[in-house]
Design a protein around this ligand. Sequence first.
Ligand code: LMR
Length: 402
Amino acid sequence: IFSTIPTAPPDAILGLTTQFRADRDPRKVNLGVGAYRTSDNQPYVLPVVRRVEEQLASDQSTTHEYLPQDGLKSFCDASARLILGPNSPAIADARTTTVQALSGTGALRVGLTFVARFISPNTNVYVPKQTWSNHRNVVPASGLPPTVDYRYLDSATGQVDIEALVQDLEAAPPRSVILLHGCAHNPTGADPTKEQWMQILDVVKRRNLLPFFDNAYQGFASGSLETDAWSVRAFVDAGLDMLVAQSYAKNMGMYGERVGALTVVASEKGAEDAIRSQLKAIIRAMYSSPPKHGALIVATILEDEKLFKEWEGELTKMSGRINDMRVKLKAALEKIGTPGTWDHITGQIGMFSYTGLTSQQVAFMREKYHVYMTSNGRISMAGLTDDTVQYVADAMKDAVVS
Ligand code: LMR
């Protein structure tokens, strides 16, 4: 029965981690997956997360009972406030429906299944031409046609090509889903300016398109949770129907706990009960209900003013270290006279740098130097340390001149 099953290709990002782990070379450096590392290149458990976790473990009233399909209510409410703002008109009007999800991917998967079921299975999902590789997996897996690209980056300037972007959205049929990275665009590190967001908002509204925000990096772009939620809030304030995916993988370091949320914002009141019931039905058939542990930790931090402040301090620290590495990598490349300009490394924001290296140069660095990054030339800045930045710069120079 199973003998004819073909082998699937390795995942463009997670496959790199597998390859990296199998590599025996002591010089190896992993700049593939977007996961924060300390200055000693170690995974980081935020101290505030560790403390809350310890509290919960010793709390005798914590049980392992099932959550309902839509997850932990306190977590969902706090997540909606975090992304939409505590004074969001949509929350005040009870036009929002938030369900817990298995991190960002799970939120996208549930949300897109909802679109396939209740908008149309033929709905086109437009994604930026440069996007997180898994978007292209999740969309068809949710019962929708393969993704359609909209142009995003002007490779000459490294900025968003807003004219091309708007032109492509103008051509999208009404009710198409437009996937938008709320902040810290992955992989390019180039976000629209506020003015450009308003241009995108204008075409989305005029053409009756359905925005789906993917927010995997709130707090990681500017270091401020508020600033990084600006784009989402601008769209909500404009009274649009929209979907919002959130992840606590990066900003709370909860990678393996799969903690996220999906919020459906309706332009008009009245459909919340129906929306919630359908999301619950989708979740029940997929995995019944989400896990509790991570959501409890996150909810505890979001609901406590003191813990929240401490978390904000952690975010500043993590994004600060990433920026420090940007400065050091650029300086190292320039010092050794690497051909090309490297200003974009410090100009980009978020967890990644979109270096401009070609897939051949990426392969060269992996083979000769055991430096791992995605084939589109994206490097996870958090994977660099003071000890490896010169080695990586040397490898990049060699790749560029070879
Ligand atoms: C990434 O882009 O590296 C992260 O979002 C991790 C992942 O799941 O791909």
